[in-house]
Design a protein around this ligand. Structure first.
Ligand code: ADP
Ligand code: ASP
Ligand code: MG
Length: 458
């Protein structure tokens, strides 16, 4: 264990404007600049989705609007830079250089009328490249010994553009080789989240919200004391606070509980975040930007004191339901084999999978062009897709039995059309399917039942 090293990650909302970036300095100083830290940043605010929008406009021939979107992004960055570090000509020149590179990329997309996944990654990386440039310059000006690094030189990934997976060992070696001497020298590395590069140096991204994953990988690589992920919420909560403003903070979660929550929809952390931290036993703290003195939520191994209790409720409004009804000459085990091999090849992890005598039903995360990628299955039976069903998951360690409180909860839902209940398949969650338009109201009813009526602060 690297005794005092902390990895600190700040997402888009933590750096959405000059005031927010200023607050980040306060947090760093609150932690003390004496302890070693590595700082990981996302793109500013909603830059990533705006870049994507511009790329799509350009590829569909709408170049004027694409350039307008980029101009808006650029002006926002310029405004922040000017507010934080007035008249820094070098920084402005760097931002202008990036702006014109982005414009040339868009020009290329519009000429070929296409935005390949590889080009998309190339474009989206500019969000993090611009944010870290501004932040690093500002921190230097404020007397912090920061040093700006390029994550593409640290993370070697496969070639699955838009959802690339880093080669852990190779990346860990590079991370340690680069960062250890800097930390020994009292420097504060500033690194982009979300991006890496293939062995041949092509830019890749880890998937939306992937900066949390970057921080966790660095923490695991360096055996850090902790990974602090700073958010605009008090911590991981009993449900999405946007849906239930009465949601409470959960003080501790196990890695497994947190991983289940994120996989089943909680947007608060990227779903891959927990794996590297868990492998090396590094605590992940989800901490409130506005109250750095509060601990937020600590995610570690074995917090089993609440065994059997619902700790949080999460949901997916729009998963894809796939139903494959086999042709009469196909045996069930053959059908299962075909589906699972394709899922394996496409690296699809279903939310739920059921097999009956002649049918497989899978609830899937509705990822990019998923229906097209599953079309091969129609060779084995009638393949149907729909998006009528949303999922709601109750998450907590040891939550496999249907106790009285759970039965009461289900009684409260008697007026809703429940398409399935999956209980007992996992010791971590119970998932129910409801009409997608009912997801919000069902979450509210369940949250009130499990948390508000009992005044349940966890
Ligand atoms: P970042 O700034 O790192 O990108 P996000 O905005 O992606 O952070 O994640 C924080 C958001 O996650 C919150 O604003 C909140 O709306 C949402 N969220 C969803 N489920 C939960 C939950 N169970 N606990 C806390 N926040 C949640
Ligand atoms: N900037 C990327 C996104 O918006 C990664 C991240 O924020 O974690 O998805
Ligand atoms: Mg985010």
């Amino acid at each position: 264990m690297n005794t005092s090293l902390r990895i600190m990650k700040f997402g888009g909302s933590s750096i959405r404007d000059a005031d927010a970036i200023h607050n980040v300095i306060k947090i760093i100083k609150f932690q003390s600049t004496q302890i070693p830290m590595v700082l990981v940043f996302s793109a500013i605010g909603k830059t990533t989705s705006q870049l994507l929008h511009a790329g799509q406009l350009a590829a569909s021939g709408n170049m004027d609007n694409a350039l307008k979107v980029i101009k808006t992004i650029f002006n926002h960055h310029l405004e922040i830079a000017n507010e934080l570090i007035p008249d820094d000509d070098n920084l402005i020149a760097e931002l202008i250089r990036k702006h014109s590179k982005i414009d040339s990329l868009l020009e290329a997309f519009s000429q070929i009328n296409d935005l390949s996944l590889k080009s998309q990654d190339n474009l989206l990386a500019y969000g993090e490249l611009m944010s870290t440039q501004i932040i690093n310059r500002y921190f230097e000006k404020r007397g912090l010994k920061t040093i700006l690094l390029d994550a593409r030189e640290l993370f070697v990934t496969n070639i699955q553009y838009t959802r690339a997976e880093p080669y852990w060992e190779q990346s860990f070696q590079r991370i340690n080789k680069t960062l250890l001497p800097l930390l020994k020298n009292g420097q504060l590395p500033v690194i982009q989240g979300f991006i890496g590069a293939t062995k041949t140096g092509e830019t890749t991204t880890f998937g939306f919200e992937g900066s949390d994953y970057t921080a966790s990988l660095i923490g695991a690589a360096m055996n850090a004391l902790a990974i602090d992920v700073w958010k605009d919420v008090p911590g991981v909560m009993t449900t999405d606070p946007e849906l239930c403003p009465d949601a409470n903070v959960i003080s501790s979660l196990s890695y497994e509980e947190a991983a289940a929550l994120t996989f089943l929809g909680a947007k608060v952390l990227h779903c891959k975040t927990l794996a590297p931290a868990q492998r090396n036993g590094i605590p992940v703290n989800v901490r409130p930007l506005n109250e750095p003195e509060n601990r937020g939520t600590t995610i570690t191994s074995g917090c089993s004191s609440d065994n059997g209790r619902v700790k949080s409720i999460t949901y997916k409004r729009n998963p894809l339901t796939m139903r494959l009804t086999s042709h009469s000459n196909i045996l069930p085990h053959q059908l299962f084999h075909e589906v699972s091999s394709l899922f394996h090849n496409l690296q699809i992890q279903p939310i739920l999978l059921t097999l009956t005598e002649n049918r497989i039903t899978a609830i899937l995360n509705n990822e990019f062009q998923l229906q097209d990628r599953l079309q091969d299955l129609s060779e084995w039976g009638d393949l149907e897709f729909n998006q009528h069903t949303g999922t709601i998951s109750l998450v907590g360690e040891g939550l496999c039995s249907f106790d009285t409180s759970m039965q009461k909860a289900m009684n409260l839902l008697k007026d809703y059309n429940i398409s399935f209940i999956s209980s007992g398949a996992s010791p971590m969650q119970i998932t129910i399917g409801v009409d997608k338009d009912d997801v919000d109201s069902v979450v509210k009813i369940l949250h009130s039942h499990f948390f508000e009526q009992n005044g349940g602060v966890l």
